[in-house]
Write a protein that binds this ligand. Sequence first.
Ligand code: ADP
Length: 213
Amino acid sequence: MSTQQVRRGRFITLEGIDGAGKSTHLSFIRDWLSGRDVGAAFTREPGGTPLSEKIRDLLLDPGTVASLDAEALLAFAARQQHIAEVIEPALAAGRWLVSDRFTDSTYAFQGGGRGVPFERIRALEDWVQRGLQPDLTLLFDLPTEVAAGRMAGTRVPDRFEQEAADFHRRVRAAYLRRAEEAPQRIVVLDAGRGIADIQADIAVHLQRLLERG
Ligand code: ADP
């Protein structure tokens, strides 16, 4: 009996402060990938499974009161279920999976924003991910004031979006620190530019990933 080896899919994550343009570029990525034979699927964090979406609701609800560690643990509980139920099966089946946020968000929001020590997040990451890392992370970066201006009046702020400007500055700084630590995985895109320029860059990085052996 012959078993056919399925080539593992690719895992792409989108990151950035709120209002950086992730949703805007997600639809471009969807269109770009739909023209390639990669069986692309799309998901998000926190969320992506019924349990994880319930945890998302708790995390984003402005009425939720959670300690720093409880927030980090909830994020990783949602992530563990997401990995087991969605991410690993998709990658094992050879599909490309694009996630709107992943673990860099926990470093940025719970670590940088809230002050949870990075070592504690790293311990949870090791436990929950067992070495799983994205193949490519697109980090949409822009000054927090520009992001706030773009978002103004367009949405009801969630529990994180309603945080003070300083919180968002710390989140951005933590993201940039992550990018310095993992330059081979994380691509920093200047999201202050026009949409067409940013998307031309995105296409270059997706094409590179497609061609990578
Ligand atoms: P996110 O999903 O990261 O929170 P969005 O994609 O919702 O961000 O973008 C926030 C707002 O900024 C939206 O109104 C969007 O149309 C606008 N926007 C996104 N990218 C750009 C850009 N490069 N230039 C100008 N406006 C943008």
